[in-house]
Design a binder for this molecule. Structure first.
Ligand code: MG
Length: 414
């Protein structure tokens, strides 16, 4: 198989939740701020910290009181999931101005395929500069960009280099991949967690370069496909592609979306943010087709390959809906009913049993009062489906508008 040679970028937001809080409240800029759950509860841990807070040693996973010990002036802010989701969607909007080959990888990381955009935006480095400037200008969040010829190179360029340099971007290619990454410890290779690091130590592999120099068959023999993928990662090779945001799907069967997380997620708030993000994507698609669903599906895969955990469950709901917050309620119920509290590596949400929104509206009107004035019918539907209501659906081309409205009703705009 020929190696893919594209212009792939990974745009990652710096200290995302904390940056959203600072953008909302500029008096926080330049100060040590940590986003932290309720200090009284078990999940009162740090979800994100500004770089000023990180300078004091504050990092994700610490307890509130540990932060105060490290930095008595720390400003603790409660998480606002809807704001983070709204900011994430806004970033998707901004990035889709650059390309439609966009893949939201996590709430604050998105892949872009910028192949063929050189005439519009210049060299890959110039493109990255534009993206960083645009996101900063529009929402006041610092973004870092990794550039590569495939998604793996872009991810490595971002995590290992762009996050650490001043320009905020870095470019890897097949040509310079070995020079830059091979001296790095094996743990720095994408896909290597604590368990694989131990396995590699046991066979004397401590750097990415040492792995790259082993015969591929060795890796395959020891760890199967997983071993082979890691060997390819060490060479800078990756065959995955970034497909357009709106993928053709079978609209009759339903729609689903899932995300493989960049690391293990173990805290409720973090997982809830991701579930909300995925739910919104699924509902947005359904709405863009003019559909609502009555079967909600949740998928969860555990982080540990040795001890596979996870579940895949669904529930039928009384009324078809494509409203994010309605579906999200069921998603959370399903999730907490089945989650065994083990770290999570992948999450998915589906909406099936799709109905035509227009037909639902007609049947509702019919059921209630046959000759009701149209405006009155709309009101009654609105009261059933909540404030950001279903009645606008027939005129919706992009379902996101509906959600935008719902979040604005909720309060702040990110
Ligand atoms: Mg980030």
């Amino acid at each position: 198989m020929p190696k893919p040679t594209k212009i792939i970028m990974l745009a990652d937001m710096e200290s995302f939740y904390a940056s959203v809080e600072v953008a909302k409240n500029p008096t926080l800029r330049g100060k040590p701020v940590a986003v932290c759950g309720d200090p009284q509860k078990r999940h009162g841990i740090v979800l994100a910290a500004t770089k000023e807070a990180k300078a004091y040693g504050i990092k994700t996973g610490l307890r509130a009181w540990e932060c105060v010990d490290l930095c008595p002036g720390i400003i603790l802010v409660r998480p606002h999931m809807r704001d983070y989701l709204a900011a994430s969607l806004k970033i998707t909007d901004i990035l889709s101005g650059f390309t439609d080959r966009l893949f939201p990888y996590s709430i604050d990381e998105q892949f872009l395929d910028m192949t063929g955009c050189e005439r519009l935006f210049g060299s890959p480095e110039e493109m990255a500069g534009l993206i960083i400037k645009k996101i900063w200008g529009e929402i006041g969040i610092r973004c870092r960009v990794g550039i590569g010829e495939n998604p793996l190179q872009a991810k490595m360029a971002c995590d290992r280099f762009a996050k650490k340099n001043k320009a905020g971007f870095f470019r890897l290619s097949y040509q310079n991949y070995a020079q830059h990454t091979w001296p790095l410890p094996i743990r720095d290779l994408f896909g290597v967690g604590a368990r694989m690091e131990r396995n590699f130590f046991n066979i004397g592999v401590r750097t990415i370069g040492q792995l790259a120099r082993l015969p591929k068959e060795d890796l395959r023999f020891r760890w199967g496909v997983n071993g082979e993928v890691l060997w390819l990662n060490a060479q800078g090779i990756d065959y995955s592609t970034i497909s357009p945001l709106e993928e053709a799907e079978d609209t009759r069967r339903g729609t689903s979306h899932s995300i493989t997380l960049p690391r293990d997620y173990r805290f409720e708030k973090e997982i809830e943010v991701v579930l909300l993000e995925i739910t919104e994507e699924v509902c947005r698609r359904a709405r863009s087709w003019g559909k609502a669903g009555r079967v909600v599906h949740v998928y969860c895969r555990g982080a540990d390959f040795d001890l596979p955990t996870g579940f895949s469950r669904q529930v039928s709901i009384p009324e078809p809906t494509a409203l994010t917050m309605d579906v999200y309620d069921y998603v959370l119920k399903l999730f907490y009913a089945h989650w065994n509290r083990q770290p999570v590596r992948a999450l998915g949400v589906g909406l099936a049993g799709l109905f035509d929104l227009q037909k639902i509206q007609l049947s509702l009107i019919g059921q209630r009062e046959k000759k009701m004035a149209l405006s009155k019918a709309m009101d009654s539907i609105r009261s059933r489906f909540g404030a950001a209501s279903l009645f606008r659906s027939s005129s919706l081309t992009r379902g996101g508008m509906l959600f935008d409205r719902a979040t604005k009703i909720g309060g702040h705009e990110a």
